[in-house]
Design a protein around this ligand. Structure first.
Ligand SMILES: NC(=O)c1ccc[n+]([C@@H]2O[C@H](COP(=O)([O-])OP(=O)(O)OC[C@H]3O[C@@H](n4cnc5c(N)ncnc54)[C@H](OP(=O)(O)O)[C@@H]3O)[C@@H](O)[C@H]2O)c1
Length: 337
């Protein structure tokens, strides 16, 4: 089979290669999936550049890609609930990375049935950003109807999903984007869109119940300036907070170093009697299944920017790395979509 592989840490042009590989055999608890579509996420570029080496070292050639939609073609031992012919989608676990390939094995705990009303292209763009938004806004922030939430970068893969999810629970959604994307982001359901090229959100907003920070750096600290007392700042790009560091099982030494990096944020949270949490998303088939139902009921809808063929995968990585994607960047694999 053909599979996109990372040959070493470095740049897109020299370190990504379409190679021939063996079709894997599903182990107990796994299924073999024929891939119809995959999607690219910023984490794929971060791993390629070696930015996550301290957390996980790659063995080369390494598989690439975490989101997939396809068809079950073989089933391992002890698999319940899935059989050959099922149409499925997933954010695979870190030990199964390699969705930009013709086949891959997936642990069934990370799998969900693909909504019948979505194509494989559409489904492949959902898992990672959907689970990130769900775990951030619903599980950690506990966002409720009537609450005001600021979602940064509403036109991105995460933002375009988070806007819809926040609206689905009845929140009032404010988002930031550049001039060219203002109307498009309004169309996703945002109540107030702030054009960051022309306006300063810090001057316009106050008393937010929740800030969802997808940008990091100064944006994470500034979130507390527009937060109401007792509000919650949830980041997917800021410093790791002590609770998340402990839940990830990091060493005492690493936790001490990280505590230093997050101390300003924790202080700002205390000053607001509020919460600061960094979310590291996790693969979760049960939660993905719940998201799938929201698509079946037409409460959420897929947002695709570009589709690239497997042979043009590198262009997909480069486009995403430009930081200008509007929704999801998809890779088409195989013939059915
Ligand atoms: N911790 C986790 O588990 C986790 C999970 C998923 C993602 N993330 C992180 O979350 C971030 C967002 O991911 P993504 O998939 O949404 O990325 P993405 O799709 O590449 O985001 C691109 C979007 O960001 C917008 N943007 C860039 N700078 C902006 C600014 N200053 N203000 C407002 N919008 C801005 C761009 O809009 P304009 O063109 O209009 O500027 C563009 O539409 C990434 O850094 C990713 O690594 C973390």
């Amino acid at each position: 089979m053909k599979a996109l592989k990372m040959t070493r840490y470095g740049d897109i042009d020299t370190c990504l290669e379409l190679q021939s590989a063996e079709i894997p055999t599903p182990q107990p608890g796994e299924v073999l999936v024929r891939v119809h579509a995959a999607s690219v996420n910023p984490v794929d570029n971060m791993v390629l550049r070696g930015e996550l080496k301290s957390v996980r070292k790659e063995v080369f050639p390494a598989g690439v890609g975490r989101d997939v939609s396809g068809e079950v073609v073989a089933v391992g031992k002890n698999v319940a609930g899935y059989s050959v012919g099922d149409q499925v989608f997933a954010r695979v676990g870190e030990d199964h990375v390699g969705t930009i390939a013709e086949y891959l094995t997936i642990d069934t705990s990370h799998l969900a049935a693909k909504p019948e009303n979505l194509s494989h292209f559409e489904a492949a763009g959902i898992p990672l950003v959907g689970l990130t938004s769900y775990q951030s806004l619903i599980k950690v922030a506990g966002l409720k109807s009537g609450e005001k939430v600021l979602i940064h970068a509403g036109s991105g893969g995460v933002g375009s999903m988070a806007i819809q999810l926040a609206k689905s629970v009845g929140a009032y959604v404010v988002t930031t984007t550049s001039t060219a994307n203002v109307d498009w982001v309004k169309g996703l359901g945002a109540d107030l869109v702030i054009d960051y090229k022309k306006e300063d959100y810090l001057q316009l907003l106050s008393d937010m119940d929740v800030v969802f920070d997808t940008l990091g750096g100064q944006y994470t600290l500034d979130a507390f300036k527009v937060l109401k007392t007792g509000g919650r700042v949830i980041s997917v790009k800021g410093a790791l907070d002590p609770q998340t560091a402990e839940e990830l099982g990091l060493s005492w030494l690493l936790r001490k170093i990280l505590a230093l990096k997050s101390r300003k944020l924790m202080k700002a949270a205390r000053a607001k009697s509020g919460l600061y949490r960094m979310v590291i998303m996790e693969a979760n088939g049960g939660q993905l299944s719940k998201l799938g139902n929201l698509y079946r009921e037409n409460i959420l809808f897929p947002v695709i920017d570009q589709v690239y063929s497997l042979e043009r995968s590198k262009e997909a990585f480069a486009y995403l790395a430009s930081g200008r994607a509007k929704g999801k960047v998809i890779i088409s694999v195989g013939e059915i979509h």
